[in-house]
Design a protein around this ligand. Structure first.
Ligand code: SF4
Length: 717
């Protein structure tokens, strides 16, 4: 950074949006903040249009700079002072907890929050509020891949190898990953891979911008990826491409998986998925005979009521081919949200404590309680998952208050109309955000918070590389950081005072930068990070050896990194897997129908996803003029054959109806989608909100909703 007085003129930081966390430089000029691309190992100087325009929100007229409160149901939100708004929050929490118990107040976090915020939010819920009810929007993002990774490998790190490995793969398989629109700078690795003569295979029901670059595109019926994976394994077995030495030496459970795969003969799977036998065979050959092979899944495979099993099927394939841990090969998941990886490691998940520890593990509880200065028995037990939490709100036994940080569930939750009505029924809804998102608009109290360029912190990208996010300028007057808000709330709740370490079997010290005492909820992100290091020490996601100085010096540090003098771990599984016997686990998985299949009343499959110029619920990107011009509204993508049957022309307004709700948008006719399937992006609200329609069926393990397939009726509006 360069400085003029105490104000930075230029800082090296990262994009506020997706998990690629592209390196960028922010520069202050006389009247604005400029974004400049920056060389970083992942984006290599590239940025997409979202990154280029990210600074436009800093001084946007929609920016909130004063707290808002609603005096009674039905009244408009009105400006308030910080003391009044915080008093309202604290008195509401006290009243509700006194009447209904501690679990009556819930917390909802986000995968875009920095590591320090995710950590503090989990601690705030368990210690300051004493509630078990905390979860976050990452549950809607990649929880199925996380659960499958833990099941198979004993660890969940999106990519267990550096991103640059993609460029050297002889065969690269992308399953339900439209990186050309979601992470455009990543495309240069795909180009590099093909320029070296590599084969790119894409599995997607749509011929997306990514699929159109592929050597081979398999276009299955939504909800049949698992069967396709089992068919690929079936062929690999039949052709002798399974790495028997690897399977014997490094894995367990193969025999059962082999038996299951035996029944997924290609002709059967062609019938099930619509993928021709010849394409299944070509894909299996490319995967089974290549030197370096990488298999990646993303939301297309994961956001299903059988998402964990679908990912497991692709992991089984990767293990059978001997890929995980082999240099230049492997299985990985492309995490979506900016801190999708770090956001799931530090304790904002219902079932988890920092360091990716299980909240029901007595040793984990003792360690974390020691760091937090409480007794282990004071820590609440596991809560319920995001969608279950959101739909329990306001019910007789459910929470009566919700605090939302970094999320917009009114747009992003499945069956969003039901979620919205639950949120409206709450006694107290508090939203911390920097714009009036759709969730903030229905809140009782809105707390204006800082943006990414106004505070320091760390993020962990899709490779498990911990990065520094650096402040260019302080927050504008009237705005506070999330950490400052949580510190102030804890203080007012009487739990923020200086603490000494409690017992509970930990020698870790609490408080500011290892002095042994200090505020229990520090607002300084660097102090929080030091505490996070201690809390994560010895856990799966071990940050103990990572300091901000090391991150600066090394262009990020990969976890696990247990000691300051040892290197971070860029590549996992070279010598073994972090399972009790050191072996990766095969698990037999069978195809099953989607929770909702097409029928005469709802004869078309709906799938959802993102477009290049928008991000997540759109609360940020819809407000940025160039992005709005590029993608001004929702649409429904449908095949011309289906449109002809429905009497719909390109541009006609169509009504999409499911058993749960409806959505309206203009029709966009394209031959790139299957004739039995329609697609809508999920970035818009109101009547263009596709999540009014999506399915709320949950995966039994990850509790991931089935965003990617449900049955709908489409008609001209
Ligand atoms: Fe990079 Fe993602 Fe930001 Fe685009 S949105 S610039 S791909 S981090």
């Amino acid at each position: 950074a360069t400085h003029s007085g105490d104000v930075s003129q230029e800082v090296a930081t990262h994009c506020p949006y997706c998990a690629l966390q592209c390196g960028m430089t922010l520069r202050r000029t006389a009247d604005r903040v400029e974004v400049l691309p920056r060389q970083f190992p992942t984006n290599r100087g590239g940025l997409c249009q979202k990154g280029w325009t990210a600074a436009e929100l800093l001084d946007h007229p929609d920016r909130l700079t004063t707290p808002l409160v609603r005096d009674r149901p039905g009244a408009e939100l009105r400006p308030a002072s910080w003391p009044e708004a915080l008093d309202r929050v604290v008195s509401g929490i006290r009243r509700i907890q006194a009447e209904h118990g501690r679990d009556a107040v819930a917390v909802f976090g986000g995968g875009g929050l920095t590591n320090e915020k995710a950590y503090t939010l989990g601690k705030f819920a368990r210690v300051a509020l004493g509630t078990r009810n905390i979860d976050y929007n990452g549950r809607f993002c990649m929880s199925s891949a996380a659960a499958a990774g833990i099941r198979a490998f004993g660890i969940d790190r999106g990519l267990p190898f550096p991103l640059a490995d993609l460029g050297t793969a002889d065969t690269l398989l992308l399953v339900g990953a439209n990186v050309a629109e979601t992470m455009p700078p990543l495309v240069r690795y795909l180009i590099e891979q093909r320029e070296r003569g590599g084969t790119l295979i894409v599995i997607d029901p749509r011929a997306t911008a990514t699929a159109r670059q592929a050597t081979l595109h398999l276009q299955p019926t939504p909800g049949t990826d698992l069967a396709v994976a089992n068919a690929l394994l079936h062929i690999a077995l039949a052709e002798g491409w399974v790495d028997k030495h690897y399977v014997d030496a490094r894995t367990s459970g193969f025999e059962q998986v082999r038996r299951v795969a035996a029944s997924y003969w290609p002709a059967r799977v062609e019938q099930l998925s619509g993928v021709p036998v010849a394409d299944l065979e070509a894909a299996a050959r490319a995967l089974g005979t290549a030197g370096r092979t990488i298999i990646l899944t993303a939301r297309g495979a994961e956001q299903h009521a059988k998402g964990v099993d679908t990912v497991t099927a692709f992991i089984n394939l990767a293990l059978a081919l001997g890929l995980p841990g082999r240099p230049g090969s492997g299985y990985g998941c492309l995490t979506g949200q900016g801190n999708g990886q770090g956001g799931r490691e530090h304790g904002q998940k219902a079932d988890q404590l920092p360091g990716y520890r299980r909240i029901d593990d007595p040793a984990a509880r003792a360690h974390v309680a020691g760091v937090w200065g409480v007794r282990p028995e004071e820590l609440p037990g596991p809560g319920i998952s995001a969608y279950e939490l959101l739909t329990a709100l306001g019910t007789p036994d459910g929470p009566k208050a919700l605090l939302v940080f970094g999320s917009n569930p009114v747009v992003s939750a499945p069956r969003a109309n039901r979620v919205e009505s639950r949120l409206r029924d709450l006694d107290l809804l508090v939203v911390a955000d920097f714009v009036r998102s759709e969730t903030a608009a229905i809140a009782d109290v809105v707390l204006p918070t800082a943006q990414w360029a106004e505070e320091d912190g760390t993020m962990t990208n899709l490779e498990g590389r911990v990065l520094r996010r650096r402040a260019l300028r302080p927050p504008p007057p009237g705005v506070r950081t999330d950490l400052a808000v949580l510190a102030e709330l804890a203080d007012r709740l009487g739990t923020g005072s200086d603490v000494e370490p409690a017992g509970g079997g930990s020698t870790a010290r609490v408080g500011s930068a290892g002095t042994g005492t200090g505020p229990r909820f520090p607002a300084d992100p660097r102090v929080v990070f030091e505490e996070l290091r201690r809390a994560s020490a010895g856990g799966v996601a071990d940050y103990a050896g990572i300091s901000w100085e090391r991150i600066d010096a090394e262009d990020g540090v990969f976890w696990p990194c247990p000691t300051e003098d040892g290197a971070g771990t860029a590549r996992l599984f070279a010598d073994g897997f972090p399972t009790p016997d050191g072996r990766a686990r095969f698990l037999p998985v069978e195809h099953r129908a989607a929770a909702e299949e097409v029928c005469p009343d709802y004869p078309v499959y709906l799938t959802t996803g993102r477009v290049l110029a928008q991000y997540q619920s759109g609360a940020q990107t819809r407000r940025i003029a160039p992005l709005h011009r590029a993608a001004p509204g929702a649409f429904l993508e449908l095949h011309p054959d289906l449109a002809a049957r429905l009497g719909v022309l390109d541009g006609d307004e169509v009504l999409v109806t499911s058993r749960r709700g409806e959505m309206r948008a203009p029709a966009r006719l394209t031959g790139t989608i299957r004739p039995d399937t329609v697609f809508a992006p999920f970035h818009w609200a109101g009547q263009a909100r596709i999540n009014s329609v999506t399915s709320d069926a949950l995966d039994p393990v990850s509790r991931m909703p089935e965003f990617k397939v449900c049955a709908v009726r489409v008609e001209k509006a």
